[in-house]
Design a protein around this ligand. Structure first.
Ligand SMILES: [Zn+2]
Length: 435
């Protein structure tokens, strides 16, 4: 159904330099595209005359902006939320996460994915990049809930055959759904051998898929790769041909100047996970330097076990604060830059141009959110962008549309019985733990 949001504040994220960033006006959506974006009331009247069936939404006291893009997560891991906190990464993986995962079925993962996607949609995330198992099963979840997704079929050395089969099934299941993309996702340079990394890249090339991978997340990883290959993780991946414009590199904490130049030269999209890096004590990614050097840096939550949520508002604020404290320079990562990372830059990770996704522009894909500004923590509005980045909360999101379809309306996710979902999730967790 077509809709038009009227008398609202529009923040298209297209402004450069000192241009005004927002204006009062209206936005209309037709099919999966933005049909009208205007400050001129006569244009709105004319549009409504031509489209009398159009649903009109009063946007007073609200801001409409592009939806947020989460470029790295493991949404189904919401089943393991708060299961094992405040311990070291390898202990966390070996003693808790991997044993739990070994007992999960595809149905359990689909349930965890449902919870994760619902959390993201309610928080204004319209696109996400996932990295997990049984992604083919999750295509149905993503289709039903209506979020835009790039589903990465993850593997370790011994599970590459499963991941390839999963990817092929996922490609088949996603056929005809342009908002669902499939990718291949080797876990990391310290958990996957040269042979299997190269095999995954060849598979990606054959099928025209992007490749996503955790890169230089911890110092232990950097030391392991140095000892084994006498390279940095980035040097190693570049040497074996894994890095190009079709690569999403999550974390990039332990990257030096030379590594960053390589990432830039290859056109790799970097996914920065500030809160996960803080919680696991991975370190601080040199994000301000990467942005300065012209890399495409995006934002992400990582899995809901290492964060422990899928809240991109917190991620924006944490990313900004962390760079300010790390560099001792409060000028780095200003609010508008951070919002760009979470919208426009993220479009690249999803395989779209900045003209098509992550902005409000006539002809662009209609992935947008409406935020209720009538909240004590958002008043007075002295600076709209600061309001959103430094004060905004997931719970301020009132309406979400993805690919032109309204999926959150009046703060409620469409077509989901939340109490029944919570019940099913807690029963599944109990069942898995008792296995
Ligand atoms: Zn991750």
């Amino acid at each position: 159904m077509n809709f038009l949001i009227r008398h609202t504040t529009l923040l298209p994220m297209t402004a450069e330099g000192c241009e005004p960033k927002s204006f009062t006006g209206s936005i209309a959506v037709e099919g999966n595209r933005i049909a009208l974006l205007t400050a001129v009331e006569e244009e709105v009247e004319a549009y409504l005359e031509q489209h009398p069936e159009c649903r009109v939404i009063d946007g007073r006291g609200r801001v409409v902006m592009p939806g947020l893009i989460n470029t790295h997560c493991h949404a189904a891991m919401s089943l393991q939320r708060n299961m094992a906190d405040d311990i070291a990464l390898m202990e966390w993986l070996n003693d808790y996460i991997w044993p739990f995962e070994a007992k999960q079925t595809a149905e359990d993962i689909a349930l965890g994915m449902t919870l994760g996607v619902v959390e993201m949609l309610l928080g204004g995330v319209t696109s996400f990049v996932d990295m997990y198992f049984h992604e083919a099963r999750c295509v149905e979840v993503v289709r039903r809930l209506g979020i835009r997704a790039l589903l990465g079929c993850s593997y370790f050395d011994h599970t590459i055959a499963l991941a390839k089969a999963d990817a092929e099934a996922a490609i088949e299941a996603a056929k005809g759904f342009s908002h669902i993309g499939i990718a291949i996702a080797p876990h990391a340079p310290y958990t996957v051998s040269r042979e299997r990394l190269v095999e995954g890249k060849e598979f990606a090339r054959q099928h025209g898929l992007p490749l996503m991978i955790h890169v230089a997340e911890t110092q232990a990883e950097a030391e392991y790769v140095r000892k084994k290959y006498d390279r940095t993780p980035v040097e190693w991946l570049d040497e074996i041909g894994l890095l190009d414009e079709q690569t999403i590199a999550a974390h990039c904490v332990w990257v030096d100047e030379k590594d960053r130049a390589t990432l830039k030269k290859r056109g790799v999209v970097v996914s920065h996970n500030a809160q996960s890096n803080m919680k696991i004590s991975s370190g601080i990614s040199p994000v301000a330097a990467m942005l300065d050097e012209g890399l495409c840096v995006t934002l992400a939550t990582d899995g809901p076990c290492s964060n422990n949520d899928l809240d991109m508002w917190e991620e924006m604020r944490s990313a900004a604060f962390l760079q300010k404290v790390a560099t001792g320079n409060p000028l780095v990562l200003p609010a508008y830059e951070v919002l760009k990372m979470a919208t426009r830059n993220g479009a690249r990770a999803m395989g779209y141009s900045e003209q098509e996704l992550g902005v409000l522009r006539e002809g662009a894909l209609a992935d947008l959110v409406m935020i209720d500004l009538q909240k004590p923590h958002l008043q007075p509005i002295n600076d709209l962008v600061s309001d959103l980045v430094y004060c905004g909360k997931a719970s301020d999101v009132e309406l979400v549309a993805v690919d032109g379809r309204i999926v959150v309306d009046e703060g409620k996710v469409c077509g989901v019985d939340l109490p029944a979902l919570y019940q099913a999730v807690s029963e599944a967790v109990k069942r898995i733990q008792q296995k």
